[in-house]
Write a protein that binds this ligand. Sequence first.
Ligand SMILES: [Zn+2]
Length: 341
Amino acid sequence: MEFEAIRKETMMLNPQENMAEQRIPSEIRIDPLTGRTARICHFMKLQWEKPDFDAMVAGTDAWCPFCPEKVLDITPCFPTDLVPEGRMQKDDMVIFPNIAPYDSIGACATFGARHYIPMTEFEPAHMAAAFGFAQDFFQRVDASGHPEAVYHIVNWNYMPPAGSSLIHPHLQVFSTSSAPNLMWAELEAARYYQESEGTNFWEDLVAAEKQTGERYLGRIGRTEWLTAFAPMGVAGDVLAVVEGACSTLELTEQDFLDIAAGLQKVMGAYDRMGVYSFNMNFFTGAQGDDHTRFHLLFSPRTFFNQALGTPDIGALRNLFNETLCMAYPEEINDLLKGAFG
Ligand SMILES: [Zn+2]
């Protein structure tokens, strides 16, 4: 396993110190699977001011379509051949068609009746139940023999900086035969890796990261937790790889509890940095894709300028799809490792 980085240095003259030379390092890292590049630069202390959440949330429940008094009136229903009862319900969680679908089988899953759940108040059992409920939906799609029943994906945009237009916590749940860009690139690269190396990339990655320990966080059940070598998030990414599982449909109730337990630790650690928003995606193979392993990526979201509301994605990322991370992933690992004990 090669962890390749190209190191660079910028030289400038500092007028505050009599034009003394100032040298600023940066690094371009190459993702060991896909060859995607990620810049480690723009260094700053990973600490942000939390906003006034009461002010941010105040009044948003009045127009929230996912609150319990509206969700069963406002949200659409599935065709009866897919979900005969219209919407799926379990405890106070509801799954209904996404009114802005990404694909032909697109749904939203609420976390329940509570309109605002602070990041540190998500209980593992609650998150595991929501993931398991999404899997119930995928099982129905799969059983229906629908042509989109290939990749079963859960995305989570938590809070507005991560792209959520609502405060009310919910998951994007969709099945598709068209793997999204990066997931597709990973699947192709992992297939090529297995054909050329004779081993599984994800197993080799976990073994290599365990050996150096620089980016390894820990193991929960059969889930291995790492900080990503070439992260996409400005405050790093956390990767969880489920040993022996290729696809979402293969995950067990215990896997969801283990994943949720890890997420709770990661959320707690980022909360201490003042981060209150994140993206989380399932990266899944199709059933039988033994060249891959199910993994999820947790990527904290924040601002370049919090006071101005400047998002953490600019031209570099938006148009070049080149990412930047404002600290070395090994230092980010130090900030997270304590939570894993
Ligand atoms: Zn609500």
